[in-house]
Write a protein that binds this ligand. Structure first.
Ligand code: PMP
Length: 408
């Protein structure tokens, strides 16, 4: 029992609280773990009060932004891809090997964090229209950052293609320099890299390839899915997620569906993404649209990290288990993000807002009494300069109606 303390000359009796005040709400305390890697997974699942009260459903949020390495579910994926590569010998800790990835940011941040913890360097290629917070953070972590102009996947300048090519170039040049007995000059790999790759990097290059790498959805099949199932005591009616690589929705669906055959797996898809049509109509675009979309740089939305115009191996892995798709506009995502701050004090990024909007739509469709789980992927602090700049400040005395959010 903590003793009373003098606060401002008065004895503070708050320390005497036997009413639960000051008691940690989270169950625990968690055990001591090893490094930042030990802080990955086992994230809380919490009830979003406002949305649950409004819909009569239980709307539960898996707080993936609380993963303790890079602050998103990509911590699980980065760790899984690194562990897989170490197991098959394509990465060797503290060897100077360089990890290359094309990412909207979250996977890069998780990879750069874990690269530090395990003695690698990270070289991250990302589209230049993503929020600066993410590339700034990558630079602080000592990653090499290529912000490349948005380009379709069919062009070599696309961020994913660039990461792959750089990894191949490094591996080739490190093999060559090993022959000659000299150190590879990483600066020759690219002439537009804003930061130079540290000269100490003498190792091979590995393209972790989050879009096609099965270690991605395996992380969610082995972690996120079982955690949700256990936290719900095996009782839930729907799971809602957006897809960037598709790793989350596929991994979780592959775990949950065999155990809960009646569960609805619902894709939350931002405007401009082709996945909605793929899920609902079996085709991504009609012929005319395909031509346009192949020229279109990226998904045309302010939402970052989800929505895609091609089929990835990770999305394909669980595609047949997806029951429905809900399209969410930018205006709806912005309105939902503001709502969650206004009503619940939940400050999240754009893809989480899309997920929550689709969770409400699903609740209204299923009717009261159902339990719906969705993912909160990252914090609003990653999106201050872009998404939240558009959302603006949430006023202190506003009283928004859910109707207004749904009709945004
Ligand atoms: N939200 C954010 C912020 C992301 O960066 C990503 C990954 N690109 C996702 C959601 C989507 O997750 P997944 O890649 O597993 O589909």
């Amino acid at each position: 029992h903590v003793k009373p303390t003098k606060v401002g000359g008065k004895t503070a009796d708050i320390f005497h609280s036997d009413k639960g005040l000051l008691k940690s709400v989270r169950q625990g305390p968690p055990a001591i773990v090893e490094g930042v890697e030990g802080c990955i997974g086992n994230t809380p699942l919490f009830r979003i009060k406002s949305l649950s009260d409004e819909t009569g459903c239980e709307i539960l949020a898996k707080a993936e932004y609380l993963n303790g390495a890079g602050g998103s579910p990509k911590d699980r994926v980065a760790l899984s891809m690194i562990q897989t590569a170490e197991a098959d010998g394509s990465l060797k800790p503290h060897s100077g090997d360089v990890i290359y990835e094309g990412t909207s940011g979250s996977t890069g941040i998780s990879l750069a964090t874990l690269a530090r913890a395990r003695g690698y360097l990270a070289h991250i290629c990302m589209p230049s229209d993503q929020a600066m917070e993410k590339s700034d953070l990558l630079l602080k972590l000592g990653a090499v950052v290529d912000r490349v102009p948005p380009a379709p996947i069919v062009e070599p300048g696309n961020f994913v293609n660039r990461a792959r090519a750089l990894a191949q170039a490094r591996t080739a040049s490190s093999a060559e320099s090993a022959d000659k007995g000299s150190v590879a000059d990483a600066s020759q790999l690219t002439n537009t890299t804003p930061t130079s790759e540290p000269g100490a990097a003498t190792g091979r290059g590995l393209f972790t390839d989050q879009f096609e790498n099965a270690a991605n959805y395996a992380a969610h099949f082995n972690g996120t899915g079982p955690e949700i199932y256990a936290q719900c005591g095996g009782k839930l009616d729907a799971f809602i997620s957006g897809a960037g690589t598709g790793g989350t929705i596929s991994g979780v669906a592959l775990f949950l569906k065999p155990r809960l055959p009646n569960i609805s797996i619902v894709l939350a898809d931002p405007q401009g993404s082709g996945l909605y049509n793929k899920v609902r109509y079996g085709v991504m675009f009609d012929v005319k649209e395909r031509e346009g979309t192949r020229r279109r740089p990226q998904v045309d939305s302010i939402v970052e990290g989800i929505g895609i115009n091609r089929l990835t191996a990770n999305f394909d892995a669980g595609r047949e288990l997806i029951d429905d798709a809900i399209r969410v506009t930018d205006a709806q995502a912005l309105a939902m993000a503001r709502w969650l701050v206004e009503k619940d004090g939940i400050f999240i990024g754009s893809s989480s807002a899309v997920n929550c909007f689709a969770a409400v739509k699903t609740a209204l469709k299923l009717g009261p009494g159902h339990r719906i789980v969705t993912i909160l992927t990252d914090s609003g602090t990653r999106h201050l300069s872009k998404f939240w700049a558009q959302a603006g400040n949430v006023g202190g005395t506003v009283d928004t109606k859910l109707e207004d959010v749904l009709n945004a």
